[in-house]
Write a protein that binds this ligand. Structure first.
Ligand code: DX5
Ligand code: ZN
Length: 221
């Protein structure tokens, strides 16, 4: 799956920018509160408007403090997947339960230097693991390869049937880096600047998808 991030879109023309990535699997929406990360983007009212303008499932990535309070409303509004950060709460399982009860898939995200081992046990309460491959806060940063170890570890647990979840990666994904992420067993690829920095975002989404398919075919040979 390819999930274009509208963080790199023109916020004054959001509806048009969403139409420009027709064919995307998920639409990745970065919510930042200027506390958990040193940047401020958009919140629930904009997500509610986006839901009216597109049928692409919304993948809300909450880079915010106090997700127990702020995450469930995104699920109630109709977001498909609501992901919050492991570093932002002491009780991730409770937050996941509330998101699911409100009708969305629940995702857990870890920053590049946050180990995954302490969370392996609770991943059975989640639908998505979002591995950050840049420090959260800004688009256009360089991919950090060492995070792929975490994707590989969780992929193994999914393949062995111990876990059922979507492994998603976010940050610095482009035509050069997506191959390594695909080899590590990632299912869903977020791409912001790589998609919106091109003249034809929909074609770039397709090109990224083709690259993943080619990588998977080569691995099977
Ligand atoms: C960063 C955000 C990303 C961002 C990725 O904090 O979570 O979703 O949009 O942007 P690129 O693809 O440009 O690294
Ligand atoms: Zn994101």
């Amino acid at each position: 799956m390819i999930a274009p991030s509208i963080l790199s879109a023109d916020f004054a023309r959001l509806a048009e920018e969403v139409r420009a990535v027709e064919g995307a699997d998920w639409l990745h929406v970065d919510v930042m509160d200027n506390h958990f990360v040193p940047n401020l983007t958009l919140g629930l009212p904009v997500v509610q408007s986006l839901l009216k303008t597109t049928d692409i499932p919304l993948d809300c990535h909450l880079m915010i403090e106090d997700p127990a309070r702020w995450a469930p409303p995104y699920a109630e509004a109709g977001a498909y997947n609501v992901t919050f950060h492991a570093e932002a709460t002491d009780d991730p399982v409770a937050v996941a339960r509330d998101i699911r009860a409100a009708g969305a898939k629940a995702g857990l995200s870890v920053k590049p230097n946050t180990p995954i081992e302490p969370y392996l046990e609770i991943l059975r309460d989640f639908d998505t693991l979002l591995v950050m491959s840049v420090e959260p806060g800004f688009g256009g940063q360089s991919f950090i390869p060492h995070v792929l170890e975490k994707a590989r570890a969780v992929r193994r647990l999914v393949d062995s049937g111990e876990l059922r979840l979507v492994v998603e990666i976010d940050g610095g994904i482009n035509m050069d880096t997506i191959e390594a992420a695909a080899e590590a067993g990632v299912d869903c690829f977020v791409a912001g600047s790589a998609v919106y920095g091109t003249d034809d975002p929909a074609a770039t989404v397709e090109a990224l998808r083709e690259k993943v398919i080619a990588t998977e075919q080569a691995a099977r040979r």
